[in-house]
Design a binder for this molecule. Structure first.
Ligand SMILES: [Cu+2]
Length: 345
């Protein structure tokens, strides 16, 4: 009710102001003046207002930088993330310098060259030198930005060397993440969507011996410090995204294919808590594709450990098929040969 009255008051105010303006306009017409031609004094005042606006505008931007700047992501916690942040800041500095110069010129000129009676604008239709400068300078700057961007992009998207990396699968479905560690052999066992039945949510093929030592982990993803992690990403249902905001890494997970991303964590969770002076800080993976009703809740805790802590934690996780269960498992049906085994089971 109060809100309605406020809206009504605003509407009435707008009508009043426009009616008043109309009255002044009619009065000026009766006096015989040029109703559309502003006086020099009015022009000068308008010019001064642009200067006031310039100061207010930059003050507002400064306030935003000081107010919201500290609320952005903390320092990047991965090797490629640091490079990415550098590139981002490099771009922002260039944009900011150009932004400040052009806006000072824009508003200062509006003030300096306000409309005066008997003043005529200079006729300045063309200048080759000027055109050459304002084409080649931005072109050169853009070329540098694009070159640096492509260089980093290639570095990030080139598949990791799996023999030197920790191989971890991230499996997405509505609405959670599951991690699968490659085990002692550092090779993930085969999986097939046709095998997604009952408890076998990941569709693992138990006939593949590479998968027997794989470790399936839900709830929290542990990563070792200072080691390249090679992620293999799969999805069960729709497109999700595996987004590591603190490591500045992100890759879509797409049903029917395995997508890749890799990075090297450089700050442990404990170290980051100290740096941010926040005991409750945690790394996370987030899904940032609108993937369904509970998309907002789709995340997974990420713990970056020292290599020793990581090894101790990993040793505690159960293997997919421990040695005792292996002989029995090998006779189970696989996706490749479902018919042959059907009768035998
Ligand atoms: Cu999702």
């Amino acid at each position: 009710m109060v809100q309605l009255l406020i809206y009504l008051a605003i509407a009435l105010l707008i009508i009043t102001v426009s009616q008043l303006a109309r009255v002044f306009e009619l009065a000026a017409e009766l006096k015989g003046g040029h109703k559309n031609k502003p006086t020099e004094r009015e022009n000068r005042n308008n010019g001064r207002l642009w200067l006031v606006y310039l100061v207010a505008f930059f003050s507002f931007i400064l306030w935003q930088l000081l107010n919201y700047g500290p609320r952005t992501l903390p320092e990047a916690a991965s090797e490629s993330g640091v490079k990415l942040d550098w590139l981002f800041n490099f771009n922002m500095i260039i944009i900011f310098i150009v932004f400040i110069i052009t806006h000072i010129l824009l508003f200062f000129f509006a003030f300096k060259y306000y409309g005066r009676d008997n003043n005529r604008a200079t006729f300045f239709p063309h200048n080759n030198k000027l055109e050459l400068i304002w084409t080649s300078v931005p072109a050169a700057v853009l070329a540098v930005i694009i070159f640096l961007g492509l260089k980093l992009w290639t570095e990030i998207t080139t598949p990791a060397d799996d023999t030197k990396s920790e191989v971890i699968e991230i499996y997405t479905k509505q609405f959670d993440f599951t991690a699968r560690y490659a085990g002692k052999d550092n090779v993930l066992g085969k999986a097939n969507y046709k095998l997604v039945i009952g408890a076998n949510v990941l569709g693992l093929d138990s006939a593949d011996v590479n998968g027997h030592d794989d470790k399936i982990v839900k709830g929290e993803l542990h990563l070792p410090l200072n080691k390249e992690i090679s992620f293999k990403i799969r999805s069960q249902d729709v497109i999700h995204s595996v987004y590591f905001p603190y490591h500045r890494a992100q890759m879509n997970s797409v049903p029917g294919m395995t997508t890749l991303i890799h990075f090297k964590p450089t700050i442990t969770s404990a170290d980051m808590r100290k740096r941010l002076k926040n005991d409750k800080f945690d790394y996370y993976i987030l899904c940032n594709k609108i993937c369904g009703t509970s998309h907002y809740a789709m995340k997974m805790l990420v713990v970056v450990d020292s290599p020793e802590e990581y090894a101790a934690w990993l040793a505690k996780q159960p293997e997919f098929l421990p040695a005792t269960a292996k002989t029995a498992a090998i006779t189970e049906p696989t996706a490749a040969e479902p018919k042959k085994e059907e009768k035998g089971m």
